[in-house]
Design a protein around this ligand. Structure first.
Ligand code: HEM
Length: 497
């Protein structure tokens, strides 16, 4: 009897699903299975499958991940149409089980007036700290110099540089946010970075709970949601909260008066809190709770993306020794063999810059984009997008569009140079996304990558771990698209004939 009821229930759901799917004005898409939708058709990196569906169903198509409708946006024109022309509709984040569990504050997963205020204040503070100017650059260069020393200690032996890179990349964010860097073996700092990595790893399985919400009621912690939450609490308690508290104590102790120029993000944000309180305006979201989440967002968003990008750059340099030679020649001509790079060198080093841009394009670390949502049910390009849909702007579809780039799968920095060697700007180059959610760290990222790439190539030649055995160009799709772990040799230039 129970079997009959179960079968009848499943048939009912299937019919309901099918009718619902066909009758509405949703963007077209492939047929789906009841309850699980298209989940079985997608692997860890769904980009190839998306290319096939784009060909079949057009630039805007839809699919079901479990019970969630996902609208996939492809190509520069469509993405710009949504994120720029219809920014009022498409600039929110969708409600998701796991992100709502961890945080609904700060910037990355926040929406509405609170997101607007946090983003605005954060960008203002980053500018006031000198983002893109020499003062900012000097701190970065001090860290680059430590990094070059750390790579030099490997003495050209085969090694995996990912750990050193992640520590160095986050140290730059530490300088901006806390006004200090940490030694490469400072325990709480390393623990914090390990927890970030662990959470990114778990997020892959937890993602399933976003799409099949009933899974959360299963006993135990099969999908690691509780573990992720626990890690976030530990990260805040052991590392971020003590740093914020140190600033509060300093200010209370009179170390940091309102007349002084703030030299790190937390001090500047705390001053902003005091200003808001003093003006007595309408309740502001600039408060200590949001400070914690903003700091955490900047830290996580800035560390992972830059680490993946730098690893990709090194990987492509190993695969393309001629590009490496050309970069080295330009660096030697413009800066010399020993002096550190500075901001003013950038305009004369278009080949190095083109190499960075080409890696950002081809490797496409954020190419699956962060998920967007819609403010309300909306008509877009002749289709209806319901209020609870997830919207995925696929940046990869613009960065790898053969109509724009000709041979998108080839690594060719020259595509960013004109016949006079000047840099070419292309609208379709959108690794930092578009519109109101466009990455606020773009300026920092570009500057940081320039300093690291220039200094690394100036001091080392990158070779495969074993002669003739090139590391794989396969990537792993997680929060970012990062290279599979690989070893290399960073041979000091002085040691070479
Ligand atoms: C190569 C480096 C980087 C790449 C490729 C990158 C890319 C992106 C992308 C694609 C987004 C999603 C935009 C959207 O939702 O449409 C994003 C958001 C964001 N990024 Fe970056 N990013 C990088 C570095 C950084 C750095 C260094 C920081 C901070 C210091 C940062 C902070 C953020 C924040 C806070 C957001 C959320 C913005 C919002 O929701 O309003 N990113 N980034």
């Amino acid at each position: 009897m129970f079997d009959v009821i179960l079968v009848a229930f499943i048939v009912f759901l299937a019919c309901h699903w099918y009718c619902d799917y066909r009758s509405s004005n949703l963007p077209p898409g492939p047929p789906s299975l009841p309850l699980i939708g298209h989940l079985p058709l997608l692997d860890q990196d769904p980009r190839a499958q998306f290319v096939t569906w784009r060909r079949q169903y057009g630039d805007v198509f839809s699919l079901y991940l479990g019970s969630r409708l996902v609208v996939v946006l492809n190509g520069y024109d469509v993405i710009k149409d949504a994120l720029v022309k219809h920014a009022d509709i498409f600039s929110v984040r969708p409600k998701m089980f796991i992100t709502d569990l961890i945080t609904q504050r700060g910037i990355v997963f926040n929406s509405g007036p609170s997101w607007k205020e946090q983003r605005k204040v954060s960008i203002q503070i980053l500018r006031s700290l000198g983002m893109g100017r020499q003062r900012f650059a000097d701190n970065m260069l001090a860290e680059v110099s430590e990094f070059v020393k750390a790579v030099g200690k490997k003495q050209g032996q085969a090694t995996d540089l990912s750990k050193v890179i992640i520590v160095s990349m986050s140290n730059n964010i530490c300088s901006v946010i806390f006004g200090r860097r940490f030694d490469y073996d400072f325990p709480n700092f390393l623990r914090y970075l390990d927890l970030i990595q662990e959470n990114f790893h778990h997020l892959r399985s937890t993602n399933l709970v976003n799409y099949l919400p009933w899974l959360r009621f299963l006993p135990g912690d099969l999908f690691k949601a509780k573990k992720i939450l626990h890690n976030v609490q530990e990260m805040n308690k052991c590392f971020l909260i003590p740093q914020i508290q140190r600033h509060i104590d300093n200010q209370n102790g009179g170390d940091d008066t309102d007349n002084e120029e703030s030299d790190d993000f937390i001090s500047a944000y705390l001053k902003q809190i005091r200003k808001e309180k003093a003006t007595g305006n309408a309740p502001s979201t600039v408060n200590e709770e949001n400070l914690l989440w903003v700091v955490s967002d900047l830290f996580v968003a800035g560390t992972e993306t830059l680490t993946s990008t730098l690893l990709w750059i090194i990987l492509y340099l190993i695969h393309n020794p001629k590009v490496q030679d050309k970069c080295f020649k330009e660096i030697s001509d413009v800066i010399g063999r020993t002096s550190p790079p500075s901001l003013r060198h950038r305009q004369d080093m278009t080949y190095v810059q083109a190499t960075i841009l080409e890696t950002l394009r081809i490797a496409d670390v954020g190419g699956m984009g962060l998920q967007h949502g819609v403010l309300r049910t909306a008509e877009f390009r002749g289709c209806t997008i319901p209020r609870d849909a997830i919207v995925l702007p696929i940046l990869h579809s613009a960065l790898h569009d053969s109509a724009v780039w000709g041979d998108p799968e080839n690594f060719r920095p020259e595509r960013f140079l004109d016949s006079a060697g000047g840099l070419v700007k292309k609208a379709e180059f959108i690794p930092f996304s578009l519109g109101r959610r466009q990455c606020p760290g773009e300026g920092i990222a570009r500057q940081q990558l320039f300093f690291y790439v220039t200094s690394l190539i100036q001091h080392f030649r990158f070779l495969p771990a074993e002669d003739g055995q090139l590391p794989s160009l396969d990537g792993i799709q997680g929060f970012t698209f990062s290279p599979a772990p690989f070893c290399l040799r960073a041979v000091p230039r002085d040691d070479q004939a």
